[in-house]
Ligand binder design. Sequence first.
Ligand code: MN
Length: 294
Amino acid sequence: MNTVKPVQQILPPPPPHMVGNGFRVHNFFPGGYNMGLSRMSPFFLLDYNSKIEFPPSKEAPRGVGVHPHRGFETVTIAYHGKIAHHDSAGNSGIIAGGEVQWMTAGSGVLHKEYHEETYSRQGGLFQMVQMWVNLPAKHKMTFPKYQAITKQQMGNVELPDAGGSIEVIAGQYAGVHGPAATFTPMYVYHARLNKGAAVTLSFPQNYNTGILVVEGSVLINNSATAPADNFVLFKNQGTDIALQAPENALLLVLSGEPINEPVVPYGPFLMNTREEIMQAYQDLNEGKFGVLED
Ligand code: MN
């Protein structure tokens, strides 16, 4: 029997901090609220750069210089502005327009993340998300890879009565699958709801589930309204989430099967044990993460 998945809490954006000089992010988890390292597992981290205007710049593009990752995936979505990315596996790309870059750091990459050059020169509105998606122990040392997920590739389900659409990035909605290859079961959607639209989403009871309100606002389960820039954390009860849009809204919907393993984060690494963290630093110092020019 389907039952309502209740809201646990609607979380306003915590005070922002800068990542490098290019990303002004609200860290909803794990740090922003004391919800524990695994509360949203397999989603370990959510950094949200709410809307900000960057002035035109003649300097080198803002961003984060060369740094390593191991043991998880970074998922980056740019809603406004453009992000350029390069990694030591030889991949590079530009992220923009609500499209997604799903990078599996796995055994280790070096990468750098910057404002794209033309955007940096012109300046303007900037809004983005970066999530860290954990990998289970057996896949932490998987070969690094990179999935550039364009709008065209996303699953797309039009809602009735011109209500908008569900864009499926990972998992499926109404039998339409998203393109992201993931290592554990999860759902990642963009819900684009037009004013007056209503839709019900269903996720397993035990999946950790949350919604980031990127644009507009949303009425949930006929009871609570979440405004823009808020994150809605759901209880691990019931299955169904009823969404209604009092205005046009864009929601980033996350739901995933928890990875029930120890989590040891340190800096840019996310492993199961302290020994594995030390090994990561040793491998980094020995050049095993490859080479990437600044
Ligand atoms: Mn990074």
